[in-house]
Ligand binder design. Sequence first.
Ligand SMILES: [Zn+2]
Length: 313
Amino acid sequence: MLVRLTDAWTELLDRRAGNADTGAYPAPVRSLLGEMAAAAVLMQSNIKFNGALVLQVFGDGPVKLAVAEVQSDLGLRATATVKAPVDDAARLSQMLNMAGGGRCAITLDPKDRLPGQQPYQGVVPLEDAQGRKLERLSDVLQHYMLQSEQLDTVLVLAADDKVAAGLLIQRMPLKGEGNLGGALSHRENEDQIGRNEDYNRIAHLASSLTQEELLALDADTILHRLFWEERLLRFEPLEGAGGPRFACRCSRERVGRMLQNLGAAEAEDILAERGSIDVACEFCGKHYPFDAVDAVRLFTAPETQPPVSSKVQ
Ligand SMILES: [Zn+2]
């Protein structure tokens, strides 16, 4: 599976650059977030999960958190919290894993969650089995797939200011449709690790793809260059409204619920200090202002509020 984000990726970057509070991402954060967005689209397309697939990297270092979220319709958004300057040459460990506290989490949050139902989550450290720090997100995710899903995987990921792209090659699970979420027998898959000759050959070819090639070449050229001796069945690409695109899920209601969780006292403090509460969505930059009247409405139970008609008069 191959993904090539262009408009969705530049929109994401432009929105961040246009945010007066944060400014543009430092270059290494841009690359990481682009690779995360591409990887999250690949994983969501691969498992066709009915809900949100959320890929997170968090830890210790100047970058507190990076998140990419892809819905089942491939609407995507991503953001990173940068709390200290990031060197232009910073690697993954220097951004997020200085003292070994860095983690990568994949969460599957069902669209229609039943009461009490928890989202599925898998977490791995940003290091290999020998405890060495990993510097490529692709290595972290390959390790994740092997460790938690018992599936051999090759991922090539790359991002610059125009394109965020990824190639995913994964051995098909022996049973079951998907592979994330532990829906199948791990032992049977484990027995197959490294043993499938077709997979090994194709994985070897895929690993030879460089990040430069992945960014510069279109899908057909890449497929031909890597797999010209293989029999290829090319699926129709998902583009436009049916393909990956920037889509934020923020709303005034969600921001209101967030403020309610913050509590009335905290909200009143902010109101006393600034006169209004302005919440900006960290994904898309949209502003949601709440004044004192809005705040009263938020913290008053619905049954004690006057009917809407009386407010209008
Ligand atoms: Zn938003």
